[in-house]
Every structure is written in C-alpha cells, then in structure tokens.
Design a protein around this ligand. Structure first.
Ligand code: CDP
Length: 804
C-alpha cells in the first residue's frame, strides 16, 4: 500500500514535539467554562470561615463562641480545644516542624487562624466570625530575624528547651537550623589569599506568589461509604492524600483528592493549610460537605510567602577577574513556623546552586533558619526550591565584583562561565550540571541587543546628564542564570518521606485515540497540550486524539505533583517512557500482522514498516485496533502502559537576559525600553507555550524586582495585604519582551527536555535589579535592596547627591 502523504506531512499532522500547537485548555478557559474549586457546589454544602488574629504575637486568654452560635445559619464553631482530642490542633509542616491549626494558647503572626466558623452560607459564616469574642494579651513582636536571634523573647514556647530540631542543633530559642554546604576552611583560605575580594549583603525581600485564584477546598465525608472526597487547589494531590490519611487516620483508599482546574499556583498551593484540616473535620462532624475559600487578604497575609533571605556574600578573584572562591551566609526568615516546602534533605532548598553559571573552584554556604512573628511559608514562588534567591545572590555578587575590579560585567561573566566541554560539571557545592553552552548563549544575547552600541549610548547619556542636558539615565541589566529543576532523584529528594518520582499511564483505545493520566497537575502551564505532543511524537497518534487527565487520585497514577518546573523533567520523561513501552508492544503486533520477525520492522513517524519495503506497513491506528481484535500469540490483548520515572539527575536549563531601562532621576520612575530573554530548556516541546511561560515568568519577575513586597511594620502588621498595596502588574505596566532560544538537550532525559516554567522568574529578577544598579553605577551605587519602586529609586538618586 502506498501513502500519498510525505513523511514530513504525516509528522506535521501529529502536532507532536516542536509544534506550536494551540493550547487545548484555552477553549474552555476563554469561554468561562473552567471548573475551579469555588465552582463546586454539593447538596447541603456548608461554608467555613476563619476568625483570625489581629495581633502578630499575643496570648489568647479566652474565646467566647456563644454570640456566634446564636447567629442564624451558624452551625458550629471550632477552636483548638475541639481539635485537641482528635490530635488535630497542630499539624506537621513539610519542613519537619509543626504548626498550629487553630491558635493553641498564643498566636505568632497577624492573621493566624484562631477559630473556624461553619455556617449554611458564606454570609452567615462571616457574621459568625465577627461575633466570636477573643481576648488577647499582647506580647513583644519580633519581625527582624537578626533581632530574633538576640532576643530573650521566646516565640515558640512549645519548643522551649529543645536543642535539636528537624535539621540538627538549634543555637537559640528562635533559631531553627543551620545548614552548611561546601568547604568552609578552603573558602576562607582563598578569601584571605585573593587579589580582590568583594563583599556585600544581598537581601531578597519577602514576597508572595499571589495566584489569581486563592487557596480553597471542599471536603465531603460520606458517612455511609466512609469515603472522604477532598476537592482543592492542590499542586500535589497525591501527597495531600497521603498526608490527610496520616494526619486523620482515615485509610488512604478511603480518601479521594481531586484538584480541579487551578488558577495559578506558583508554589502557593503546595503545602497544607489550616483550612483543609478544619474543613475535613467540619465535614466529618456535620456529615455535610464543607467549603472553604480564602479571600485575597487572607491569601496574602497567611498562606505561604516566598523569599525573605538575607544573603551576606564574599567573592574572591584574581586581578584579571577569574573567580577563585565564593562564601555566603544566609539568614532565612521563616516566620512563626517552619512551613517551607523543600525536599527533606534540603532545609534551604537548592540555595547551594548559588555558584550559578560560573566555574568557581571553592565555595561555602551556610544558612540559618530563624523564627519571627510573620506568616509561615517559604515556598518556591515559581522557582525550584530557593533557586531564585541563589540566582539573585550570584548575579548581584558578579556585578559587585565587576565594580571592585572596574571591569565590564558582561566580560567578567564570560571569563568565568563553565565551558561547554566541562559538562557534566561538578559544582563546588555538590551539583552535577547536565549540559550547557553558556558562551554561545551569551554571545547570541549580546549580539542580539547590540551590547557594544548600548554601552556607547549609555556613556553618551552620562555625559549629557553631567552636562545638564537630560535627567534620565540608562541602565543595562545583565543576567546569566542556571536553574536546577526536576526533583527527584528519589535517592536525594523526598517530601515527608515520599520519593520525588513521577508517573504517566497511557491507554490506547481500539480506534486509535488515547487517554493519558499523570501524577502532575497543571495550573495554567498547558500540560494537556504539551504532554499529548510528547505521546504523539513517540507513538504516532495525533495529539488531537489524545486526552490528558491529571489531578484525581482515584484515577491518576501516584506522583509528587507540579511545582519547581518538575513536570517536564520528571512526568514528561515518564510520559515518553510509557509511550515507548506501548511502541515496543506495537512493534510486536505490527511484525505479527506483517508476518515478519520483530526485528524486521522499523519505526516511521506513525507506523511500523518492513525494513527495505516501506510500502508494507501497519499504522498505529491499525495496530491499536489489532491489539483489541486479534489473538496475538504470546501477547495479552490491549495496548496500555504505565511508567513511574525516577530521574537520574536534575535538569539544568539556563538563560541569558538583558534589560535596558530608562530611569528618571527626579521622580524615580522607570521605563523598560527593551527586555531580551534567551532561554535554553533543551528540547522544546511547544515553542508557543514556552514563549507564554517566559512572558508570564518575566512579568512576575518584573513585579518582584520593581514593586511587589509583603511588608510588615514593627508591630507585625502586614502592610501589603490587598492588591492596592501589593503590586500585581496589569497589561498597562507589563513590559514587552523579545524571546529567543538555544537548544542544549539534557543528556539523561528521554527526550532531552529541561524545565522552563520557572526560568523566567529566576532570571528576570536579577536582570531588572541589575539594570537599576547599572544606571547608578557611574555615580557610586554598589548595592540597594529590592523592590525598586519609584520611591526607593528616587531615594538612591537623592542619597547619591543627584538631586539639585
Ligand atoms: O512543572 P511545570 O509544568 O510548572 O513546568 P515545566 O515542566 O517547565 O513546563 C511548563 C510548560 O512548558 C509545560 O506545558 C511544558 O510541557 C512546556 N515545556 C515545553 O514545551 N518544552 C520544554 N522543554 C519544557 C517545558
């Protein structure tokens, strides 16, 4: 039989890897047909709402619920006393600490959950919250981690006297852990003997992932079947099921966790919140489904924050600019409870990727975790476990070193990049970078923006500024970042003892269409589009004929979920491996149908053909039907496979970003003149989706660098709990981006892909920040803390004496 289509045409019809297939999810999202947790309405459903502490640190002396219970519609009010007999007034955190579910004697941050009101509707619940009378006795508040380590005030009285924590010895009653990596003595020696040492405190302020959809859940306990169904905004539904089972004692097979459509996660929806526990308890107690959905203020004030790292750095180099050592001491403000979401063995996440893209022979990192009176959390806001902090640190330290050496920062980077022939590269802090070609990417980026001409223009502008002809400066922000994404491997990475593998199950239907289920869960990344593309390329069925399902623990294979750009590196690999199992069986079926030996057929885009006789073939569609219709000797009927993939290593995507910014010295206003983003995420599955990821991540990065902050006053009041104060860029503020790419496949990933979702957030923050610093470099600015809002930029200019 002859096929009238060419190989290229058949390949294009599949819309497989490399095609900018339109996002299949968008049909429902753009028509308002998404099904989010708040869209779930169950018969007899009740609503929960929290009484929250107005104080950042106080003793709770009494809680009176009588008036609340008298409000029509209020069904019950839960306090810690009600949860205590169940052992649920505290819950374990992902970081090995424990956290109050409802205030147990005292509160440790403003907005902490004190009581949970359950009512027939939201409004009655809100009225009930107003009516609960709580008496507090104020305690001294500590919002500064350095003061916390000196203070006599004991924040965590429950841990008083405990000198050992989940991550080793505690040095002080407000200290959580010390985590050390690298060669301390060796690095100190290098610093002593170096030609040049640059030293700086780099602060990455507290911010928040602020997904458009806040966190929430619906718990529904069926007392007849004994089955608990928990719908929620969970980035890791399987892990939540296991945690719920361990905490509640309900057998895991009697728990179904469902993540419906999720309106952005960015790390905010990884951990477990008091709202989940209280809703489950409320549903068990009342026998009715209970919904809890936070409002914006609750989300910003109480659910997982990000960053808040004070990074003291020293970087040593020769006079010529070759870096010889890096030293970093980080003070990490974790708030009232250590609820950071990191793999167990990494209490400061992957902060030890702070040597960045550079060949630094000796390095040392120490991180001290500290309790303060702020909200707990410490999640990777669109990054892989503190990589963003690490990238910001090293990219600022490079700039500071360039000032010290009086060198061009682009050249300093070039001198120190890991060379392409050094991969796989063993970093001084313990990572094995899989692949990269940093010099090529850097040259591509500098050429694309016309770097030399930009520097000339900038020099002219400085002359004009000094001559009084202009009040605007130009900043050229440079960044070359290296990400580390795709946790596992299981031997290194676990969360609460659960190894960080991931999974995919594929079933081919008789007519040649398919369903794939994964252990991950999309929150806007477009998994239904891109994972179908992987399968299409691997087994030759059109992506349009492949349905993708995630997020239902009753049907999806077990996986550790979606965060830290792990979906493509881990579940994407599982998808390719499951598809390859199917293709291997399809080969045997094809050989049987074609009456040749298995080895005598070869794969050709969407079919197996006889070697040397391409006109004799069986398409995957024909093979799929045969799998259900023919009794093939030695083979079971059906065509399906599952893969649980434990990655051998992480993947190391990287990028070169350049920002050109104009700054008005008198008003502190800025204008992003251009932003160029080159990303190398290995094999590209869907270039259009990658572009979308880069645009979104850069916009978040822009927000963080230029204005977004969770700020507290000295009383521990959160000063940025609404979107009036917390900067979330709209289309109006969002800069225009030019995207570009290079492809250095990951050698250990089945399709060579690395993650990309987090890269633009990791790379763009230092890029924007470096642009601000660069504008003022000729006038003596070395370091200034983010966010660089108008006032702070105006203040830099003022402090440098640039205002008349
Ligand atoms: O884990 P998460 O989905 O947040 O991040 P990711 O694995 O970096 O993927 C984000 C989106 O980009 C997904 O739809 C991926 O399939 C897509 N992607 C791609 O098309 N090519 C790559 N090399 C990496 C990701």
């Amino acid at each position: 039989m002859k096929d009238e289509l060419t190989q290229d045409q058949r390949s294009a019809n599949l819309k497989g890897m490399g095609s900018s297939r339109k996002r299949v999810e968008d049909v429902r999202f753009t028509q308002g047909k998404g099904r989010y947790v708040d869209d779930i309405k169950l018969d007899g459903m009740l609503f929960g709402d929290f009484v929250r502490s107005p104080y950042a640190h106080a003793r709770v002396t009494s809680i009176n619920t009588e008036a609340a219970m008298a409000i029509p519609g209020v069904v019950a009010v839960l306090t810690a006393k009600d949860l205590e007999p169940l052992g649920l007034h505290w819950m374990p955190t992902l970081a090995g600490d424990k956290q109050m579910v409802l205030a147990d004697g005292k509160v440790l941050f403003q907005g902490q959950e004190v009581a949970y009101v359950i009512a027939n509707d939201r409004y009655a619940a809100a009225d009930g919250v107003e009516a609960v009378e709580v008496e507090y006795e104020e305690l001294p508040v500590i919002v500064n981690p350095f003061e916390a380590l000196k203070s006599n005030v004991v924040l965590r009285e429950d841990l008083e006297g405990q000198t050992e924590g989940a991550h080793g010895p505690r040095k002080h009653h407000n200290h959580i852990f010390t985590w050390e990596q690298g060669d301390k003595e060796g690095t100190e020696k290098v610093l002593e003997e170096a030609d040049v040492v640059a030293e700086e405190m780099v602060y990455y302020h507290r911010t928040h992932p602020c997904p458009l959809e806040t966190c929430g859940c619906v718990a529904s306990m069926d007392k007849v079947t004994g089955k608990l169904t928990l719908y929620g905004t969970f980035q890791a539904p399987h892990a939540i099921r296991t945690v719920v089972s361990l905490i509640s004692g309900i057998a895991e097979h009697n728990i179904r966790v469902v993540s419906p459509d999720i309106g952005g996660g960015f790390g905010n929806k990884v951990g477990a919140y008091a709202g989940y526990v209280c809703s489950v308890v409320a549903s068990i107690v009342t026998g009715k489904p209970v919904k809890w959905v936070e409002d914006r203020m609750e989300n910003l004030m109480t659910t997982a924050f990000a960053r808040d790292y004070w990074m003291q750095g020293k970087i040593a180099a020769t006079k010529e600019g070759k870096i010889t050592g890096l030293w970093c001491h980080t003070t990490a403000d974790h708030g009232g409870f250590d609820a950071c979401a990191d793999p167990t063995k990494f209490p400061a996440g992957f902060m030890n990727i702070c040597t960045g893209s550079y060949d630094i022979p000796t390095a040392y990192l120490a991180v001290d975790g500290v309790y303060t009176n702020k909200a707990p959390g410490g999640v990777s806001y669109r990054c892989s476990f503190r990589v963003t902090e690490a990238a910001y640190f090293i990219e600022r330290m490079i700039e500071v070193l360039a000032i010290e050496l009086n060198m061009d920062a682009a050249e300093l980077r070039r001198i120190n990049f890991i060379k392409s022939d050094q991969f796989p590269y063993q970093s001084a802090l313990g990572w094995e970078y899989d692949s990269g070609d940093y010099h090529r990417a850097w040259d591509q980026a500098l050429n694309a923006v016309g770097y030399k001409e930009l520097r000339e223009e900038q020099a002219q502008r400085i002359e004009d500024f000094k001559a009084g002809k202009t009040r605007k400066l130009i900043g050229i922000g440079l960044t070359h970042f290296t990400e580390i994404v795709g946790a596992g491997p299981v031997k290194n990475c676990d969360i609460l003892g659960l190894g960080m593998f991931d999974s995919c199950e594929i079933r081919i239907h008789p007519t040649g269409s398919a369903i794939a289920r994964l252990g991950t869960i999309s929150q806007g990344q477009g998994h239904a589009t891109t994972f179908a593309q992987i399968i299409a390329s691997e087994i030759g069925l059109p992506a349009d004929d492949i349905t993708l399902e995630e997020g239902d623990t009753d049907t999806a294979p077990y996986g550790l979920g979606t965060y830290g750009s792990r979906s493509t590196p881990v579940a994407g690999a599982a998808t390719a491996m499951a598809a390859r199992k199917i293709r291997a069986k399809a080969q045997m079926i094809a050989a049987y149908l074609l009456e040749v030996h298995d080895d005598d057929v070869e794969w050709d885009v969407d079919r197996f053909s006889v070697k040397g006789a391409p006109e004799r073939f069986k398409t995957m569609k024909e093979i799929a039907f045969a799998a259900y219709n023919q009794a093939i000797p030695g083979l079971e009927p059906g065509l399906e496979a599952v893969s649980y993939y434990d990655p051998p290593n992480m993947t190391y995507p990287f990028g070169a970003y350049i920002c050109v910014m104009e700054i008005d010295v008198d008003t502190g206003e800025h204008e992003i003149r251009s932003f160029y983003a080159l990303d190398d995420c290995g094999t590209r599955i869907n270039p259009m989706i990658i572009d979308g990821q880069v645009h979104g991540g850069c916009t978040e990065g822009y927000a963080i660098a230029m204005g977004q902050e969770i700020a507290y006053d000295e009383m521990g009041n959160c000063k940025s709990a609404t979107l009036m104060d917390f900067f979330l860029p709209t289309a109006w503020e969002t800069p225009t981006y030019t995207t570009d790419f290079a492809v250095t496949p990951s050698p250990h990933h089945p399709i060579g892909a690395k993650g990309v979702g987090e890269s633009p957030n990791v790379g763009s923050v230092p890029c924007f920040s470096n642009a601000v610093h660069d504008a003022f470099r000729p006038f003596g600015l070395v370091q200034s803390h983010m966010p660089h809002d108008h006032w702070r930029i105006w203040k830099i200019a003022k402090d440098l004496g640039l205002h008349s």
